[in-house]
Design a protein around this ligand. Sequence first.
Ligand code: SDX
Length: 431
Amino acid sequence: MKQDNTRTAQLTLEGNVYTLPIVEGTMGEKAIDISTLLKETGYITLDTGYKNTGSCTSTITYLDGKQGILRYRGYDIEDLANNCSFVEVCYLLLHGELPDEEQLRSFKSLIERFALIHEDMIHFFDHFPSHASPMSILSVMVNSLCNYYPEMSNDPMEDFDITSTRIISKIRTIAAFSYKKSMGHPLVYPRNDLSYCGNFLNMMFDKSVRPYVVLPEVVAALNKLLILHGDHEQNCSTSTVRLVGSAGVNLYASIAAGINALWGPLHGGANEAVLEMLETIYADDSNFQKYINKAKDRNDPFRLSGFGHRVYKTYDPRGKIIKKACDEIMNVLDVSDPLLDIAYSLEEIALKDEYFIERNLFPNVDFYSGIIYRALGIPTNMFTVMFALGRVPGWIAQWKEMREDPATRIGRPRQIFIGETAREFVPLHNR
Ligand code: SDX
């Protein structure tokens, strides 16, 4: 980060002129450093939803919302999605470099070593109601891992490699076990002869009465989806992981907090909401225009799920790759899905509509991802769990970066109070 003392911002307040440093990132992003503003001026800034506020500097992920660029550690998302395994990208996000053969081998062996969950934890599943949300189960189980596995030692970074690979490996097992339990099927344990994604699919769909065939094309599709969800700079759930982690709490609890934030339909829950929206439109004689009009009506709470983004004001680069992967997997599996046709039509109509054009509303990562999950046999209520599986290495990498940054302090935003001024107390008998 460049801090050029000759480039500053001048702020005039009540006749005083204050000089604030300008900082510039490696890709030319610029910010006014206001870390001394309150002390110097007695003023704070106000930015509801943090639309204009940077919470940190980071070396992990770069987004360009105008050009639709996404890079992990400098590598373009399309290169990673088309050439890497998800485990390779996990290593890249956590350690900053693509692994060599030896590094990848030892990283994989840690993930294999931690694939099982403590047998006592399996009894948890007996006590969730059958209709329990898989996202609530995921956050409970991940949060509970700290009770079964030694929390990080006094030096959290000392056990980081163990705890981080433990979470990446076990969250996959927990997700598959929660699905099996919800179906009333016997659990299928991890098999380390399978890849990360193959192991997940086998745990999800293998049955003694009909062994699951792990198709390379299906593994490749899931691998690509998980990579595309790997990290996305300071989004809602990642900011949650950083904020919770800044209080000094362990990595398991910080990740569980991120899972809960991701659950929201405005965030990771949108992929489930997209499928529900497409099914509603399909059931309504595919009356696309009715739902486009509802989305445009300010008095109607309906929004086009999977459309729009806080940062991307062009097509989400992940959405483009997923849309292409949709066609590929449908051809491979020789399946068609009327909901995919509806999605294509919705996109075509919306992208020509002034309302969406004016507001730079394009399909985001969630618009087509559910169609692929559905084609792989994953139930709709597990779509956001899939998002979490992909995002967990990004959350962990961001947590590590926050913890290792000497500038990190506990996150504690301020506010502007607009409530009652001081009032005399009124005892109960006088109220
Ligand atoms: C993810 O931040 C990340 O990086 C997130 C994510 C990641 O990888 O971590 O990319 C993952 O969360 C993707 C987004 C998934 N959410 C959805 O698809 C839900 C539908 N989208 C919207 O709710 C909305 O677009 C958000 C939440 C994504 C972004 O909201 P913003 O940035 O707060 O924008 P806004 O609500 O202020 O909207 C600006 C205008 C408004 O209209 P006006 O008041 O100007 O008239 O655009 C309209 C909104 O009404 N608008 C939409 C719309 N999204 C925004 N109108 C109809 N349909 C939509 N989807």
